[in-house]
Design a binder for this molecule. Structure first.
Ligand SMILES: O=c1[nH]cc([C@@H]2O[C@H](COP(=O)(O)O)[C@@H](O)[C@H]2O)c(=O)[nH]1
Ligand SMILES: [Mg+2]
Length: 244
């Protein structure tokens, strides 16, 4: 990585699902449980179209493309039941944290705590609605309190269009009191739709993709591509380095 070529940033916006918490694995499970009723299989191709979108937009896509005999309301009701069972136990990423049951802090949590401690303004922009979000963060409430603000695209009246549209990132940036210009705001994303959204917002983006994603397809829109948040070097983007 040529650090001299990377933009220097002052503010950071995080995605949530599949980036901070291991909830994409759970979305796959709850979606497949719903599809089981209709004898259908959830594919990566389908999932990658949904990832990052608002809940209703995502429901419309799967209903149309998989020809499910459900209304959006019926689909979301089934999702709600499944989410209530699975989401409260979701671990932080990378899951090494949980497996090792270690006191050492890794990945997403390490970076969020570091930026907060260093007084770098941080926010969240997620496709989630408040019901799902509350379930997902119930075990991680203290960590999520470190963000200056949280934009829930599914419910925020200022977010007209979900990812891949830039709305949520522009709204999140505007809510920082000093209104940073887009090129000074670094976005962390896992979803192809999220990388598209950051690029459309004019913001640099660190993409931490699912291993199944086609990295070439977004190579010109992601500023850097990392296989784990563990590999992120804050000073490459002009942010304070980790204490050694
Ligand atoms: O398998 C899926 N993953 C993700 C989503 C959608 O993506 C959002 C998560 O986006 P983000 O990573 O931007 O928080 C979820 O709230 C949901 O609307 C989905 O429908 N299905
Ligand atoms: Mg995500």
């Amino acid at each position: 990585m040529k650090s001299t070529r990377l933009p220097k940033v002052t503010h950071v916006i995080f995605d949530v699902d599949g980036l901070i918490i291991d909830s994409e694995r759970l979305y796959t499970e709850v979606t497949q449980r719903i599809l089981d009723e209709f004898g259908k299989t959830f594919t990566w191709e389908m999932k990658s179209k949904q990832m990052g979108r608002k809940e209703t937009e995502s429901a419309k896509i799967i209903i149309d493309e998989m020809q499910l005999p459900l209304t959006v309301g019926e689909y979301l009701k089934r999702m709600r039941v499944q989410k209530e069972e699975l989401f409260p136990s979701v671990p932080l990423l990378p899951v090494t944290n949980t497996i090792l049951n270690s006191k050492v802090i890794y990945g997403a949590e390490k970076l969020i705590r570091h930026l907060h401690k260093s007084k770098v303004p941080i926010a969240v922009a997620t496709g989630s609605d408040s019901h799902g979000f509350e379930l997902k963060i119930s075990r991680h409430r203290e960590l999520f309190q470190l963000f200056q603000h949280i934009v829930l695209n599914s419910e925020d009246p200022e977010v007209r269009h979900g990812k891949p549209a830039p709305d949520c990132f522009l709204v999140a940036a505007k809510r920082f009191p000093d209104h940073p210009s887009p090129e000074r705001v670094l976005v962390f994303e896992d979803a192809p739709n999220g990388v598209e959204a950051a690029h459309a917002a004019g913001m640099p983006c660190v993409w931490v993709p699912d291993p199944r994603a086609d990295k070439d397809s977004l190579a010109n829109k992601a500023t850097v591509i990392l296989d784990s948040l563990e590999k992120f070097v804050p000073e490459d983007f002009g942010l304070p380095p980790y204490d050694s």
